[in-house]
Design a protein around this ligand. Sequence first.
Ligand SMILES: Nc1ncnc2c1ncn2[C@@H]1O[C@H](COP(=O)(O)OP(=O)(O)OP(=O)(O)O)[C@@H](O)[C@H]1O
Ligand SMILES: [Mg+2]
Length: 377
Amino acid sequence: MQEHDGTTSPAISRREYDLAFISPEVRLLMENQDSYLKYFLTSNILPKTAENIEQCMAQPFGGLESAGFVVLVNDHKYVIKFTPEIERSELEGKKLKMWEDYHVNVPHVLGFGEIKPPELAPVGYIIMDPITLEEKFAPRVMDILKIDGEVATQLGVVSGIQLAKMHSAPITENVFAIETANSIMESKYAIAICEKLGIPYEELNNKIKEATSGSIVSLIHGDFSPRGNILVSGVEPYSISVIDPHSPIGDPYSDLVYLSWFIASEQFVARKLHIDNHEVIQALRDFTVAAYRGYELETGRKIDVKRFTANAIAMVIKKCNNHFVAGLNEKQYPPYLAGIQDEILDIYIEKLNEMVPQLLGDRAREEYSLIDLFNLE
Ligand SMILES: Nc1ncnc2c1ncn2[C@@H]1O[C@H](COP(=O)(O)OP(=O)(O)OP(=O)(O)O)[C@@H](O)[C@H]1O
Ligand SMILES: [Mg+2]
């Protein structure tokens, strides 16, 4: 940790910052990740098995919701990911397989299931092929944007096209929960949050229904973010591959909203950590605008601003619920991040106070830019 002159807070690294938010279950998994891996490798689950465990070369990679490894067994490389949410491995595996069948660029899944090592909590696992670029592990879009903002537009267009393909894939496995702006609005917590914030619930609910009428649910990604889950798998021409989908099916617009929200979350972290990331933010904005363009190209339709806003409001209400109900403020954060959940919540409330009147009043439709919905500057 760096020492400062007292006028600014001490900066922590991005990894330290991210790790402050992980759940106790994931923390426990990470602490025991080598034991899980050892148990897994000796359980004959992999298609190719080493004669003895010393023949396997394992390299951990740092996720935030799982413990992942690249394992080399008899010249074959596997990516293995453990997660404490057992059903998540199955949902992730099934979703990736459906997308692969529909020719979306995703890793090929070799298997998923559950392991129960003695004296450790059971975890889910998924095995897949690695995504590579020029024989190395594929970098994430964010890694590229940090060094070369010029390619943001190209990467954005191909990402938007892939996202549209992901949304048009048929749902051939009936295992996913459905979550839409409407189902969020019908929940008890949405009613309670609107009441608490003085938002006219009935009116808002009706507007959201109207704005999303005719929406068809589809396989959504749920964490379509250039930071972790969109990997660059080709250059000249650029191509991307998508990993790590989260569980529900829902309104495809939720993935579009998430891209804009992600820019604000990066702005927020930079502010907290005193990082000047203006160039990266500009690259992210270029990426996201281009992703929307690619999406429109592939679907042949303009993005509907009202439906986008309706989904954005529902997403923020859901995020507010995490703060109100899940008691995140009681979690022990490092001193430097004390009170951070209140800060985040204040921003969500501020954004709701901007977005709700826009949807209710049909104001400023024309000049309203989608990527500025969450802007913190
Ligand atoms: N099949 C793969 N091929 C290449 N790299 C991969 C693959 N799967 C995961 N990775 C790398 O590992 C990182 C973490 O993986 P993943 O996103 O699946 O885990 P996670 O715990 O859900 O992480 P996060 O919460 O940060 O999204 C990815 O950002 C990527 O860099
Ligand atoms: Mg991820």
